[in-house]
Design a protein around this ligand. Structure first.
Ligand SMILES: *Cc1c(COP(=O)(O)O)cnc(C)c1O
Length: 404
């Protein structure tokens, strides 16, 4: 087989469908977030980033950066092994205590990313619990889908955030089979939020465990940044709460929190936990600093929500259509893949505004969008500049306006 020709023809297919991914080559500037330097073939220039998942700018927070630097000075660069074989550093232990406390659970277990935490946990539960049926929301993240697939257990997909459909499917299943309901709190592309309490009611009624991915909510919702379940006072109703250290906490890594027995079970059986090098101690220390900061400081959360409201109201004033939702994610709807890509390119090249276009298959066709994520560090001038640029491009592309 001509392997090179095969790779190239597959890539040509992506180009033809307009799905080929181009990465912006950025250098983030500490102290200047959301500014970054963009490198191109023609040199470099500064851009304002409007699509970062560093939702609160914690990636440049003084306490976080100092903790990481001092831990490198103290412990060196890497962990030096898997958790089992010489890689467990004291900072990993502190981080797991901090996370268990954040979610009011007995225990926590950290992984090298949120992706791995979903994949390894769902995969291990589905493989090991005899006859387990996993009820998975139709819009769950790829990492959960892959975990469930790897589990090779029975899976039932229920309509997104649809309690009637979930109940019908729970009712139709064997009453004696062990069950798990897997879902997210904030869904990242539409920014809508699951009816967590009602899903827990159904779980109680049908004897199911619950698995909640709070990746887009931890740090940002709840009085201590414990997520939407904390805000609603129902963290104790969930069997497992999963999160990331890479989004609002500004660092890297993933975790689950649950009972001691459940965390110990995953620790003891999950290949994706056991056979991989532990996070560097500096990352764990940075995450501890970030979580501790956001447990007591409301400034970032309040400023974040205020920036989101301001952006939405200025978009409304200009008739730029954006999807309403109760979260911090502002999907500006374009509804055409080529125009979406074109607008994103012009924003970057002519306005120094970076928003990655979101096209199929990440979202359905005809719902192509710019997924805008304001942070507490976007100024009034930044927002005015963004909305002004969108206003011009909406006219140039003859895109529909929203009617007020
Ligand atoms: C980003 C994301 C993850 C993966 O987290 P990482 O720490 O980035 O690997 C998991 N679930 C959802 C819903 C996500 O958006």
């Amino acid at each position: 087989m001509d392997f090179e020709a095969f790779f190239k023809s597959e890539l040509d297919g992506l180009h033809e469908e307009g799905r080929y991914r181009v990465f912006a080559d950025l250098e983030r500037q500490r102290g200047q977030f959301p500014r970054a330097t963009r490198y191109t073939e023609n040199g470099s220039h500064d851009v304002t980033v409007w699509c970062s998942n560093d939702y609160l700018g914690m990636g440049q927070n003084q306490a976080v950066v100092e903790a990481m630097k001092s831990t490198i000075d103290h412990c060196g660069a890497g962990a030096g092994g898997t958790r089992n074989i010489s890689g467990t550093n004291h900072y990993h232990v502190l981080l797991e205590q901090e996370l268990a406390d954040l979610h009011g659970k007995e225990s926590a277990l950290i992984f090298t990313s949120g992706y791995i935490s979903n994949w390894a946990t769902l995969g291990t539960l589905g493989q090991k619990i005899p006859g387990l049926i996993i009820f998975s929301d139709a819009l769950n993240h790829a990492s959960m889908i892959e975990g469930i697939r790897y589990a090779k257990c029975e899976r039932v997909i229920w309509k997104h955030n649809d309690l009637k459909d979930l109940e019908a499917k729970l009712k139709a299943a064997d009453p004696k089979a062990p069950k798990l309901i897997a879902f997210e709190s904030v869904y990242s592309m539409d920014g809508d939020i699951a009816p967590i309490n009602e899903i827990c009611d159904l779980a109680d009624r049908y004897g199911a465990m619950t698995y909640l991915d709070e990746v887009h909510a931890v740090g940002m919702y709840g009085p201590r940044g414990g997520g939407v379940a904390e805000r609603e006072g129902i963290m104790d109703r969930l069997t497992i709460i999963e999160g990331t250290l890479g989004k609002a906490f500004g660092v890297m890594g993933g975790y689950i929190t649950a009972s001691t027995a459940l965390c110990d079970f995953i620790r003891s059986f999950a290949s994706g936990f056991i056979f991989t090098t532990a996070l560097p101690p500096s990352l764990a220390a940075g995450a501890v600093a970030s979580i501790r900061h956001l447990k007591t400081s409301q400034i970032e959360r309040f400023a974040h929500q205020e920036r989101v409201r301001r952006l939405r109201s200025l978009l409304d004033a200009r008739g730029i259509p954006h999807m309403p939702n109760p979260s911090h994610i502002v999907p500006v709807m374009v509804g055409d893949a080529a125009k979406c890509k074109w607008i994103s390119d012009i924003l970057l090249d002519n306005f120094n505004i970076y928003v990655q276009p979101i096209n199929y298959p990440t979202v359905p066709k005809k719902t192509e969008r710019l997924r805008i994520t304001p942070t507490p560090l976007h100024s009034d001038a930044d927002i005015d500049h963004l909305v002004g640029a969108l206003h011009q491009l909406w006219s140039r592309c003859a895109l529909a306006r929203a009617v007020a």
